[in-house]
Each structure stands twice: as structure tokens, then as C-alpha cells.
Design a protein around this ligand. Sequence first.
Ligand SMILES: NC(=O)c1ccc[n+]([C@@H]2O[C@H](COP(=O)([O-])OP(=O)(O)OC[C@H]3O[C@@H](n4cnc5c(N)ncnc54)[C@H](OP(=O)(O)O)[C@@H]3O)[C@@H](O)[C@H]2O)c1
Length: 261
Amino acid sequence: MTVAIITGASSGIGAEFAKGYKDRVDEVWLVARRVDRMTALGESLGVKYRVIPADLCTDEGIEAIRRALESERPSVRYLVNAAGFGDFGSFDEIDENKVRMMIDLNVKALVLITHMTIPYMERGGRIIQLGSGSCFTPLPYFNTYSSGKVFVLHYTKSLNYEIKKYGLRATCFCPGWVHTEFLGKATAKAGVTRPRDSAMKPLLNCERVVKGCIRASDKGRAMYVTNWYTKLQHLLFKILPDPILTRLWLGMLEKGEENGK
Ligand SMILES: NC(=O)c1ccc[n+]([C@@H]2O[C@H](COP(=O)([O-])OP(=O)(O)OC[C@H]3O[C@@H](n4cnc5c(N)ncnc54)[C@H](OP(=O)(O)O)[C@@H]3O)[C@@H](O)[C@H]2O)c1
């Protein structure tokens, strides 16, 4: 039985990958906390699906995937680690528990799920890790999130090299701002330093960027940066020194007191 495992499948980018891979496998495994959302998605896919309810900030959540792998012993064609969240604010504006959760979910869960899944993958298998356009330069007030994405980028590029000999490839997907639930959650807390709404527009179309990433992954690319704007940013991040980039980023932010502190 061939499967696609998608974490963060209850909304946004993860849900879109489930739609993108549904015709290529026997079964799609949907992993997140909101079971109702995943069931509705699964019913709409027109392919066998399995819902794995899991809080991936916890060891039990991660172990739920291991248990499913050990009991079904599937051939995993695709693994997409899309579960993740971000939170804007300075180090003392963000709740410490949120900081821990960002590291646990965006970094630790991604690595552990990848490691436990690779033994179930055969030649031609593909891994997609959700990095971000925020991983190319230091970003004050998005510190833990963007630093975690730097880890994901380096981890994925290194892993891609290691697994080539098995006929597998890993792609780090680094989009700019995409139209999903992500930004609503990341900016939910009033009174913290964050980008102005106008600085995050126009938002990228989720379906379009996911299709682009699937094409890049099919070709075995180690990284996929979405549209021309994000590619231009990536180029500027390579050639401009960090202090200039930081000043440009800070110019896009509004201070806590400007949004309700
Ligand atoms: N949207 C953007 O602008 C953007 C840009 C660059 C990178 N990204 C990255 O893309 C990925 C997907 O984000 P998105 O834009 O699709 O956001 P989204 O619509 O908010 O989706 C996030 C997904 O993560 C799941 N999730 C959150 N906390 C979880 C937990 N503790 N355990 C298990 N699942 C959890 C959510 O499901 P439940 O709440 O049901 O658990 C949801 O399915 C993230 O890694 C994000 O960092 C997004």
C-alpha cells in the first residue's frame, strides 16, 4: 500500500498537499488536531484516507504516527511536514509556552517524524519540509519562528544529500506570505510588534504555490522558493549585508503600542 503522510492537514498548505498527492497513492494519511476538518477533507478527496489525530507538540502525538507506521508497514511515497505555526513579538512579548511549542512543532516534530518515516520509503519517495521565506536573514520580532525555519532549511538540504543514495529526495519549501490561517494566528495577539498588514500583501495563492512545490519536488530540488517576488527577496538576502536587511525588515513593522498595547 502506498501512502502520502501529510502533517498540518487540517488547513492551508497541508490540506492543499493532500489534494495534490491524492491521485498518486492508495491512501492519504492526514495528521493534525482538528479531526472534523480532516474528516471533511478526507471525504472530499475521493481516495482512501486515514485521520491521525495528534498534537505534535507532544511525544504522544508524534508516537501516534510511529504506531500507524508500525502497524500498517506502508510504502510511504510522500511525507509532507506542514504542521507549524508562528507568533510575532519581541522575546518578552511572546508567552514562553508559545516559544516552546514553536520549537517542539516546527523543529523537533518535523525531525522526528522524518526520521521514523524514511525507513518506510522506497526509491522515488519525496519529503517536503515547510521552511519559509523568513529563513534567509535574521528577523527581530519573529525570532524563534524564523530561526526554527533556518534549522529546517539546513536540515533539509543536508538530509537531501544523505538520502540521495536511496533514491529519495527532500525539498525545503520556502514560500513568502501565503493566504492560509497562518497569519491570522501569528498576529492574533494585540499589542505586540509585528508587520503592518500592508507589508504582508499581496498574499500568495495556496493552491498555486503548492502545485509549484510539487513540481520542484518531483524534479528532486533541495529547495523551492515560490514566486518572482520571493525569489528576488532571496537574491537580495544573499547579496545585501544583514544590517541593511534588518533595517528594511524593521521598516515593515508596527510597534506594539500602535496595535493596541
Ligand atoms: N502561510 C504562510 O504565510 C506561510 C509562509 C511560510 C511558511 N509557512 C509554513 O507553512 C506551514 C503550514 O502553515 P499554513 O500556512 O498552512 O498555516 P495553517 O493554515 O495555520 O495550518 C497549520 C497546520 O498546522 C497544524 N498544527 C498546528 N499546531 C499543531 C499541533 N500542535 N499539532 C499538530 N498539528 C498542528 C494545524 O492543525 P490543527 O490546528 O488542527 O492541529 C494546521 O493544519 C507551517 O509550517 C508554516 O510555518 C506558512
